[in-house]
Design a protein around this ligand. Structure first.
Ligand code: 5GP
Ligand code: MN
Length: 345
């Protein structure tokens, strides 16, 4: 048995909503990652199994590593079909908001979801959830939204309707949000859940190979280039920075997901506590931040890069040039030196 993390009141509320409503939409955050897609498809397959009419709508396209998951073909990409998506949102009686804590994380879907008449349920693990849902299941202490979806299904007494397709998707999110169980992953119950998913028939080694250990030559070369030529260490601040411009990305035929995980690499250097990755997009620079221990990457994202996230994994956006963001980064670093103290030695 696993402990009851989600409040009983929330479980009962979701159960009632499911008893009452047939037309359901599931949404997750822009630039969806393994946990966003995993939780969405995990819940999607379960809801289909219990006979609901369900559509997953995501703001923009998926990383190619996740395209093998069953159900991906049925996902509607809002950026491609906004009118059809709007129709489905209008028809929905119930909307699940997965793996995000603020409507702004929906990008162009923000207003459609804000205005939707449907009842809304949030299942998420980011700090400081906004209160735009009728039921808010928010647990920052849980390492993935996928784990919360698993817990929700079990607590509703519907484990038997959790199919293999659902289990595969849930495992993918648990795996990706913990770096294949290398961080935020020291809780025994996670492994109980993994055991249950294996009993459902997942092949965890195969899922790892598909999601985390499949690279194109361009991707490998881009990452090699970034580490070899674009990595700067700020020794006094125990910090690393990698930058990639649009031209550099173009040279290596960059595809979405090709720099996934790159920001983590410098943290493998002993003494490096904080790592930043700046990737130039069309009209802004995407910021990814990672840290060790109590160094608050999310605080840096919030205070300087219009973003947020978790203590050790955060992100945001910067509207300016690469030179400007580097100048800003160099200037902000000394202000966070106090957080380094507990991590070094
Ligand atoms: P990544 O670096 O993988 O894009 O993002 C890591 C984490 O940072 C995400 O799980 C999310 O919590 C947070 N994050 C990334 N980008 C943004 C952003 O633009 N705004 C906010 N609020 N959080 C972000
Ligand atoms: Mn997540």
């Amino acid at each position: 048995m696993i402990s009851k993390i989600i409040l009983e009141e929330c479980i009962q509320q979701v159960k009632k909503l499911l008893d009452k409503h047939e037309n359901i939409v599931i949404v997750c955050h822009v630039s969806p990652d393994g946990d966003a897609i995993g939780s969405s498809l995990g819940l999607y397959h379960f809801l289909e199994e219990i006979g609901k009419t369900v559509t997953v709508i995501v703001p923009d396209s998926l990383p190619k590593d996740l395209l093998f998951l069953k159900g991906v073909k049925d996902i509607l990409i809002y950026a491609r079909y906004p009118e059809y998506a709007q129709e489905l949102i209008d028809k929905a009686e119930l909307i699940f908001c997965l793996d995000f804590n603020a409507l702004s994380r929906l990008d162009k879907m923000e207003e459609p979801i804000r205005k939707a008449c449907a009842k809304k349920v949030m299942v998420d693990h980011h700090l400081n959830p906004e209160s735009f849902c009728d039921v808010t299941i928010s647990h920052p202490e849980v390492s993935s939204t996928c784990e919360l979806v698993f817990r929700l299904i079990c607590r509703m007494g519907m484990f038997e309707y959790l199919t293999l397709n659902s289990a595969n998707a849930i495992y993918v999110g648990m795996m990706t949000d913990t770096g294949n169980f290398t961080y935020n992953s020291n809780k025994p119950e996670m492994y109980f859940i993994v055991g249950e998913l294996i009993k459902k028939g997942i092949n965890k080694d195969e899922l790892y190979a598909k999601v985390c250990n499949t690279n194109s030559l361009d991707k490998l070369r881009l990452n090699g280039f970034a580490i070899n030529e674009k990595l700067t260490i700020f020794e006094p601040h125990h910090t690393a920075m990698i930058t990639l411009t649009k031209d550099e990305l173009k040279k290596y035929h960059y595809q979405k997901g090709d720099s996934e995980g790159l920001v983590n690499v410098p943290l493998s250097i002993p003494g490096i506590i904080f790592s930043a990755f700046f990737r130039e997009e069309n009209n802004f620079i995407k910021v990814s931040l990672r840290s060790k221990g109590t160094f608050p990457a999310n605080k840096v994202a919030e205070e300087w890069f219009n973003g947020g996230g978790h203590m050790n994994a955060a992100g945001g956006e910067f509207y300016g040039t690469m030179d400007e963001i580097i100048a800003r980064f160099v200037k902000l670093l000394p202000q966070y030196d106090t957080y380094l103290k507990s991590e070094i030695n």
